[in-house]
Ligand binder design. Structure first.
Ligand SMILES: [Zn+2]
Ligand SMILES: [Zn+2]
Length: 221
């Protein structure tokens, strides 16, 4: 079956996120997504918690985290441990893969979003990590360069909204050719590269609204 999944979403648990998981799920359902991965900054959502929340909300949540490594951001799906802040990039990759987690590289060529950069992507080639080539929160040119890099290195392509606010969940997403609508089947399909990136960059006006929400959260108005 083909599933439409947003693999990169931040909840209010991230310092710069403003929406509850409940609001994220509501938005994802409205956009006819089949699931979302919750990838808060350096704060893993573990498998048990994801299953519990999925049951409560009647919607598939994929456990995840966006790790800040020494070279930039890395998404670990189904994380089994907590990595320390700024841990060496390749060490995080190696350890997470050995744990059985699924690792993807978000916004690889965007220096303003802590992309790990082309050199790091190349250093991780033995692991054939999929690249996020449509990130709704970055500039179009960085998505173009990410897609070009994936083509050159023959890596699988993914899409994710990188939403920090529920209304933009699903602006970019991944079509996954999966055996089943379960976390295991989806992660297996990602590991096998059965993915296709879709969607667009979020409109500038929506981005400005999202920034305003973050400001209000921190100003505690
Ligand atoms: Zn990031
Ligand atoms: Zn992110």
């Amino acid at each position: 079956m083909l599933l439409k999944i947003d693999l990169h979403v931040h909840s209010e648990a991230s310092k710069d996120g403003v929406s509850s998981i409940r609001d994220i799920v509501k938005s994802a359902k409205e956009k006819h997504l089949d699931g979302v991965a919750i990838t808060d900054h350096d704060l893993p959502l573990n498998r048990n918690k994801a299953i519990e929340l999925s049951g409560e909300m009647g919607f598939l949540l994929i456990p995840g985290v966006e790790i800040t490594t020494s070279f930039g951001h890395l998404i670990v799906l189904d994380p089994r441990r907590n990595f320390y802040f700024n841990a060496p990039f390749l060490e995080v990759v190696k350890t997470a893969i050995a744990d059985g987690s699924t690792v993807i590289i978000p916004h690889p060529t965007d220096p303003f979003s802590h992309g790990v950069g082309e050199k790091s992507v190349k250093s991780s080639l033995p692991y054939s990590l999929p690249l996020e080539v449509i990130n709704a929160s970055t500039l179009h040119r960085y998505n173009i360069s990410a897609a070009r890099l994936a083509d050159t290195l023959n890596l699988a392509k993914l899409g994710g909204s990188d939403a920090h606010w529920a209304p933009v969940v699903g602006d970019a997403f991944t079509i996954i050719e999966s055996q089943d609508q379960t976390v295991d089947a989806i992660l297996d399909a990602i590991k096998k590269g059965r993915t296709q990136a879709q969607g667009n960059e979020t409109l500038f006006t929506t981005t400005m609204q999202s920034i305003l929400k973050k400001f209000i959260k921190h100003a505690k108005l």
